[in-house]
Write a protein that binds this ligand. Sequence first.
Ligand code: GDP
Ligand code: IMO
Ligand code: MG
Length: 409
Amino acid sequence: MNLVVIGAQWGDEGKGKIVDFLAEDSELISRFSGGANAGHTIVTGETTYKLHLIPSGIIYPGKKVILGTGMVIDPQSMFEELATLTEQGIDWEGRVFISDRAHLVLPDYKAEDIELEKKRFNPIGTTGRGIGVTYAHKSHRDGIRIADMYDSNIWSRMPESYRTFLEPFKARIEKMKINLVAFMAEYKGKKVLFEGAQGILLDLDAGTYPFVSSGYSVAAGASVGGGIGPREIDRVLGVFKAYSTRVGNGPFPSEFNSERDGATEEMVRELGREYGVTTGRARRCGYLDLVALKYACRVNSIDSLVLTHIDVYDDFDEVSVCVAYEYEGETITDFPSSIEVMDGAVPVIKTFKGWNSSLKESTDYSHLPEEAQKYIEFIEEYTETSVDIISVGYRRSETFIRKDLWTRS
Ligand code: GDP
Ligand code: IMO
Ligand code: MG
């Protein structure tokens, strides 16, 4: 059973928390895309773990994790992250595997990323981690894969600076590298969790291009970058927040605006602690965009939605969602491709009565106040997709499930 967890917005939906929550029942957790641009947070008890490259399943003792073919890996960042995990008491030795087809982020790629960003006529606000440059080298067929470090011809012809950078990691990575497709064949029929990075609206093809990242955030990426065939994906989970956030530049039709929405953005940002894990940047905040969420459900064949951050609205008298965009006298309900249309779109808002109570202690849907249930049911109706997991706080324990996701029915 292969279960895929992806971000259904612009990233930072709480994928790390949900993958960690589901990891308890799975045998293998595989990240299939992105690199150290991602920042996935897991909070258990009093400890906060911040992961960038290592899959979120690592926090559970004994669980094996994979860095898949679709990832771009900076070995220095990876070993720093692993050292931090060791300091935090996580025994990861023998549990971390890397696809030998994954590409390496080399030191000058990061500088190139920062330089490119300065020259862009459309600055994206990249994380400066060399992500786009590595994927570009890969497409140009000039990239360096994990396997290439052990290919004597390629190794000997590589620029000296690459060899100097890679040499200290070579022996350690050799023990971790795998032939992913063969490895995954051994797990056929077992419970495997695929962890996406970024979010669908940052996907190179499906996202708000050019304001996107360069990897696959779509569910199909679990196959392309995860070493399984497309028909092996059994269920897709799309994680979304009760509101929307975006880091960096690009269109955001439902973004809060102080003239119309007063201090809502500041309130949401502070209550939701909306600051980037990777760059520390304040995240832009807005209404939950159901036009975009419905698009995400369609593009990814989402079977189950996972709602996070609903607790952020606990003290709001009213909770609103965006149900359409108005643009030049037209009402739009299909997510557009034009940046101009998205930039000029005015969100059509539907407002619900707030629940004015704390949801943090809820462990079952029936515990939720009627107002919260009405809000969730509207989302389900609009997107034609059920909300099967609800997260009511950042801790692992503040999560409940509405149906077993590991069965096929
Ligand atoms: P990811 O990139 O999708 O894994 O998400 P991030 O870790 O970048 O950002 C999500 C942030 O929200 C983290 O600080 C989480 O600890 C936190 N978080 C996750 N779920 C919830 C939730 O249901 N409620 C609240 N208040 N915070 C949450
Ligand atoms: P997780 O997995 C939110 C954004 C950057 C920038 C754009 C391109 O934590 O959800 P890049 O460095 O990838 O070339 O930057 O994409 N971005 C993210 N935003 N969450 C992420 O990952 C992101 N990864 C990249 O802010 O706008
Ligand atoms: Mg994040």
